[in-house]
Design a binder for this molecule. Structure first.
Ligand SMILES: NC(=O)c1ccc[n+]([C@@H]2O[C@H](COP(=O)([O-])OP(=O)(O)OC[C@H]3O[C@@H](n4cnc5c(N)ncnc54)[C@H](OP(=O)(O)O)[C@@H]3O)[C@@H](O)[C@H]2O)c1
Length: 298
């Protein structure tokens, strides 16, 4: 089969199209024929070598953490799926014509969700939902600041926090404040405006998708006993006065289907800014740097 292979750390030139051996499903796994695969921030960080210390790759390796496709083969012990089913979910090494994944990481694609849309949802959808539902756990009326609210994970987090009837503050760059109004948040905060941060009434929780200096500047606005939920590196030395809960997205096929249905009926938007054939994988990675979901199609 053909795959986009990372040959070394560096720039997009390190990605090559190669013929590689077809994957074989182990016990409990499903092999799928990939129809679409989403790019994620982690793919870009792996490519650049930024995360090689804690996420080392055995090069050459196939990137990709999510896909939609069609079941091609069932590993031993898999039930509940049939060859030919349309599925989507968290799928490692998905930038290839075929990939395998644990059956527990996959769900049947709802009938009205096109494959490209389905492939955009698993990683950022589950991450944003788990950031709110498992880390922040807001009570109705709680003030929750979501950083990077116009990013893919942030959009899901804003949506899920609103579902739970939190009062949501969308944290974005000041130049994008008018765009953020579309998110339906109760307030918008310019994360690059120190005076606006100073004026912000204390919040009960921060759902952080940005990290770094930004979260450092925001922490004084988090009330004592509040919650910092994060999907990026948590700042050091803050655990005394607040609760810090980190999320590493985990499989949840039931929630994944709900999120896909919510996107499909317009409950929230996850903008897709480009989709490219596998042959244009380098261009896909270039486009992904500009934000929004970018997909490879097969
Ligand atoms: N823990 C996990 O399981 C998990 C899973 C998925 C993702 N993640 C991580 O979550 C993060 C977000 O992922 P994503 O897919 O949502 O990325 P994304 O779509 O690129 O969104 C990031 C958002 O943050 C904003 N941002 C970045 N730096 C900022 C700054 N200094 N000030 C204000 N806004 C800033 C970006 O705005 P601009 O576009 O204007 O820069 C963008 O809107 C990534 O670091 C990713 O690796 C973690």
């Amino acid at each position: 089969m053909r795959a986009a292979v990372l040959t070394r750390y560096g720039d997009v030139d390190a990605l090559e199209l190669r013929d590689v051996e077809d994957p074989r499903p182990k016990d409990g796994e499903i092999k799928l024929r990939v129809v679409a695969a989403g790019l994620n921030a982690l793919d870009l960080k792996i490519l650049s070598g930024a995360v090689k210390a804690w996420f080392p790759q055995k090069l050459p390796s196939i990137l990709g953490f999510e896909a939609s496709g069609v079941v091609a083969e069932l590993g031993a012990g898999v039930s509940g799926f049939t060859v030919g089913d349309r599925v989507f979910g968290q799928v490692r090494h998905s930038f290839a014509e075929e990939a395998t994944a644990p059956a527990t990481a996959l769900a049947r694609t709802p009938g009205d969700v096109p494959p490209i849309e389905a492939a955009a949802i698993p990683v950022v959808g589950l991450t944003g939902a788990q950031l709110i539902e498992e880390a922040v756990q807001p009570k109705p009326g709680a003030r929750v600041l979501v950083t990077g609210a116009l990013g893919s994970v942030g959009r899901v987090a804003v949506h899920v926090a609103r579902q739970l009837r939190a009062r949501v503050i969308a944290g974005v760059r000041g130049r994008r404040a008018s765009e953020a109004a579309e998110l339906g948040a109760d307030e918008v905060l310019a994360l690059d405006d120190p005076a606006a941060i100073e004026r912000l009434a204390p919040v009960d929780a921060i759902a952080d998708t940005v990290g770094g200096e930004v979260i450092g500047q925001l922490l004084p606005r988090l009330r004592e006993g509040g919650v910092l939920g994060t999907v990026v590196a948590a700042p050091a030395g803050v655990k005394e006065r607040i609760a810090v809960r980190s999320i590493n997205a985990h499989a949840d096929p039931r929630r994944l289907v709900e999120l896909a249905e919510e996107v499909s009926r317009g409950a929230f938007a996850l903008p897709i800014t480009g989709h490219f054939p596998l042959t244009d994988v380098r261009e896909a990675f270039r486009r992904a740097r500009d934000g929004g979901k970018v997909l490879l199609t097969f």
